[in-house]
Design a protein around this ligand. Structure first.
Ligand code: KG4
Ligand code: ZN
Length: 339
């Protein structure tokens, strides 16, 4: 009989304090405390994030263990996010993970947050399809924009990434210019669905074939709005849906161009997306169309596994546990981290 393995995953790299328990590929609990404090500042304030993590971490972990219906003594190992992320935030999760691992005398497993976004596809859950190796992963969120060639669970290569802002920032900063509250991405998406995507045109930024740049788009949106508001002070209110639809169309088209370039460069037609921006209706629709038009196979994880969460940390923990890939208690956190 297979041994009963229970792994606790802890995620604290940015502004979500999260804990999850996994058992044989299935998530038993997945708890996320999203920090509301940043809303009034229009972006994540690192110092406030660390403080909120410190307040949230114990109740979040206790709840994850309770919801999983186990006792902490049943845990086989503790997996935690080592990086990349905000140092003060990472330190809270890693210190707690180390203490728990020492207290329970069970192994500690370090997890790379970006690898976890990709390996979240391997969680067994209804509505999830597992990609086959090799595949292309597109990780799109408020903190990251990467194209990764995934040859095996732990054999990944970044083949493209943003040279400035992340795509989620492009959504949020554009939304802010339109007066929408932070984080504006989901709202921009909502209005976009009622608008005409061809109403206004924004030039797509030009960088390398597989790299991204979003800072120019933000400036283009800002100048466009400033110019129009001079002529009509009610321009934004009167045309909100069309403006949102046009911005979203530009971003989605740009993302699709890059995926097409990646398919061309690698010959791989299996695409898996992850990160908060995968919730965007435009990118979801474009990927579904690409399945039919180009014969691609695409995978979009359940939303709870797309945004920052600890279930993705737990699945990596389980995969590493099987390889006995444990780490020392003296390990340090890393704000920047390659694969
Ligand atoms: O993965 P995530 O929860 O956190 C990190 O940034 O790591 O991603 C959050 C980002 C935010 O920028 C948010 O505006 C964006 O994902 N987002 C969306 C949508 N839902 C979330 N952007 C566009 N359309 C959406 N539907
Ligand atoms: Zn993330």
């Amino acid at each position: 009989m297979e041994p009963s393995i229970y792994i606790l995953g802890i995620e604290s790299s940015c502004d979500d304090t999260a804990a999850a328990v996994i058992h044989n590929g299935k998530i038993l609990s997945n708890v996320v405390a999203t920090q509301k404090i940043h809303e009034e500042y229009g972006g994540v304030v690192p110092e406030l994030a660390s403080r909120a993590h410190q307040q949230n971490i114990v109740p979040v972990i206790a709840l994850a263990i309770q919801k999983a219906g186990i006792d902490k003594k049943d845990l086989s190992a503790i997996a935690f996010t080592r990086g990349p992320g905000l140092m003060g935030s990472l330190l809270v999760g890693s210190s707690f993970a180390k203490s728990l691992s020492m207290g329970l005398n069970i192994p500690l497993i370090e997890v790379n947050h970006m690898q976890a976004h990709i390996l979240a596809h391997f969680i067994e859950a209804e509505g999830q399809t597992k990609p086959h190796f090799p595949f292309i992963a597109l990780t799109i969120s408020g903190g990251h924009t990467q194209i990764v060639q995934v040859n095996d669970y732990f054999d990944m290569k970044i083949i493209g990434q943003t040279i400035d802002d992340a795509v989620g920032e492009a959504f949020d900063k554009s939304a802010k210019i339109l007066g929408l509250p932070y984080p504006g991405g989901p709202l921009l998406d909502k209005y976009a669905q009622e608008g005409n995507p061809k109403a206004y045109t924004f030039t797509k930024p030009k960088v390398g074939d597989l790299d991204f740049s979003f800072s120019g788009l933000k400036t283009a949106v800002l100048y466009f709005i400033q110019n129009e508001v001079k002529k009509n002070p009610n321009f934004v209110e009167e045309n909100l849906a069309d403006i949102c639809a046009s911005i979203q169309f530009t971003i989605v088209d740009y993302l699709m161009d890059k995926i097409k370039n990646a398919v061309k460069a690698t010959g791989i037609k299996e695409i898996a997306i992850g990160g908060g921006v995968s919730a965007n209706s435009g990118i979801r629709k474009a990927l579904q169309e690409a399945e039919m038009n180009y014969g691609w196979k695409t995978h979009i994880p359940r939303f709870e596994f797309c945004t920052d969460n600890a279930a993705m940390i737990a699945i990596v923990g389980e995969l590493k546990y099987k390889n006995k890939d444990f780490t020392e208690l003296s390990i340090g956190s890393k704000a920047r981290m390659e694969f």
